[in-house]
Design a protein around this ligand. Structure first.
Ligand code: GDP
Ligand code: ZN
Length: 297
């Protein structure tokens, strides 16, 4: 526990917090807690405030396969936002991956920001064109170059006094960006991420990095596995924000949005109100989800 007056304090959970049915992790990184500090310098977590949001690995399991061990695993409590870092080139942006990631953010109800790095490698017009559809559906975009320093002020402002979950494939320049924001920060984050990735199956280590000007970062290696794991059938519609409001206008409540004649999603696709690329991502994720479910039986 990081405290203002006593530095870092190793805490245990008060016994009474552990009583009763447990639906979720009792305390997680980002939780707002009260502690008492004992004469030997150790501490006890007395209360955990109700969480405004959580970034979790699993939701309480759907009833059809609920088991005693199923509970929500809170990865980060109270995150303010998720920043997904991509590159304009090297590696080529994978919009499929971005769409998958946005589903994770929507599902956890955490505002998502798309940070596009390496804008020095393409014309600004090109970078904008690639990502315009995301701006059109309401996501914030930040264009930056860790190399030239372009856009860093905007990124710094975006992170200021927030608890930000950071994501992005390796090679997009996450470490370089963090180093450009604060010397050494990228290296420190990377060291922890590498250790976490190696031990992913045995430990669940999440570390907050304090920002100089206020605010915290959490890195998320392994976010990919989060997307579809325990989703219910039909849930995906809700996580494509341009598709979600259309679904009610489809003729059939179980519309698959693939061939039905009076499908509002297909109509919007034909009119160009939703993008083909996003629609394809949606179909791809749904297929993947269906095959996951089949293999679960
Ligand atoms: P990470 O794996 O996401 O942490 O990526 P790194 O920060 O290690 O960067 C990967 C590669 O991209 C390195 O060779 C960096 O020098 C390069 N790189 C990072 N940011 C930029 C940028 O803004 N412009 C250019 N041209 N290269 C960059
Ligand atoms: Zn439909």
């Amino acid at each position: 526990m990081e405290t203002a007056d006593h530095g870092r304090v190793v805490c245990q959970l008060a016994g009474r917090l552990k009583q009763g049915p447990v639906e979720s992790d009792l305390a997680a990184v980002g939780d707002r807690v009260t502690i008492t500090i004992h004469p030997d310098g150790s501490g006890t977590i007395e209360t955990v405030a109700e969480r405004e949001r959580v970034f979790s690995r699993a939701r309480p399991a759907p009833t059809f396969r609920k088991t005693a061990t199923d509970k929500e695993q809170v990865w980060v409590a109270n995150p303010d936002q998720i920043v997904f870092v991509m590159a304009t080139r090297e590696p080529e942006p994978s919009l499929r991956k971005l769409d998958r990631f946005l589903v994770v953010a929507e599902r956890n109800e955490i505002p998502a920001i798309i940070c596009i790095n390496k804008i020095d490698l393409v014309s600004f017009a090109k970078a904008e064109e690639t990502f315009q559809i995301y701006a059109d559906i309401g996501y914030s975009l930040i264009f930056v170059s860790a190399k030239d320093g372009d856009g860093l002020d905007e990124l710094r402002q975006c992170l200021h006094n927030k608890l930000t979950v950071l994501a992005g494939s390796s090679g997009v320049g996450k470490s370089s960006l963090l180093n450009a924001l604060e010397p050494g920060l990228g290296l420190r984050v990377k060291a922890v991420s590498e250790a976490t990735t190696k031990g992913m199956h045995t430990t669940r280590h999440v570390e907050l990095f304090a920002l100089e000007g206020g605010g915290y970062l959490v890195d998320t290696p392994g976010i990919r596995s989060l997307a579809l794991f325990d989703m219910e059938h039909g849930e995906l519609d809700a996580y494509f924000r341009e598709i979600a409001p259309l679904v009610a206008d489809c003729q059939f409540s179980d519309c698959s949005h693939t061939h039905e004649e009076k499908c509002a999603v297909l109509r919007a696709l034909a009119d160009g109100r939703i993008s083909r690329q996003r629609y394809d991502s949606y179909l791809r994720l749904r297929e993947e989800h269906e095959s996951l479910h089949k293999s679960a039986y």
